[in-house]
Design a protein. Structure first.
Length: 135
C-alpha cells in the first residue's frame, strides 16, 4: 500500500524489492494520487513487472476476479497524514483505505501504517528544537 507522500517514489527499491528478496509475495495497491505519481515516472510498470500482479488503485467490479492474493499483512508506506486521519475515523474512500480498514476490522487482520515524514516536517521539527521549543 502506498499514498501520495514524500518517499512513494522509493516504494519499489525501499520496500518491495527487499520484501521479495526475503521471500515474501508482494502485491501493491495505491491511493489514486500515488498511482498517478508512479504512473508518470514509470514506477507503476516496474512494480507490476517485479511483483507479477497489477498495481491496484480502483475497486474491481463484483464480477471481476480478485487481482491479488489474500494478504497476510498490509504495510502502508508511506502513509500520509491525510491517510492516517481517514483510517482513524473510518473513512474508506479509495481502494487502498478500504482494504486496510477491512483488514483492521477482521479477526487476525494485520496492518502496519508507516507515516511518511517529508522534508518540511523534518525541517520544522529541527527548527523548533534549535529554538528551544522542543527537546
Amino acid at each position: 500500500m502506498g499514498t501520495a507522500a514524500d518517499g512513494i517514489e522509493t516504494l519499489r527499491t525501499g520496500l518491495v524489492e527487499p520484501a521479495i528478496a526475503l521471500g515474501w509475495q508482494v502485491a501493491v495497491t495505491l491511493t489514486p494520487n500515488a498511482g498517478r505519481w508512479l504512473r508518470a515516472n514509470g514506477e507503476l510498470d516496474r512494480l507490476e513487472t517485479l511483483t507479477g500482479f497489477p498495481v491496484r488503485g480502483t475497486p474491481r467490479l463484483p464480477t471481476e476476479p480478485r487481482p491479488h492474493p489474500v494478504a497476510d499483512c498490509y504495510v502502508v508506506a508511506p502513509a500520509s497524514a491525510n491517510y492516517i486521519a481517514k483510517l482513524a475515523t473510518g473513512i474508506a474512500d479509495n481502494q487502498d483505505l478500504t482494504q486496510v480498514s477491512e483488514a483492521l476490522g477482521t479477526t487476525g487482520g494485520r496492518a502496519c501504517p508507516a507515516p511518511g515524514v517529508g522534508a518540511s516536517h523534518r525541517d520544522s521539527a529541527e527548527g523548533k528544537r534549535e529554538a528551544g521549543l522542543w527537546t
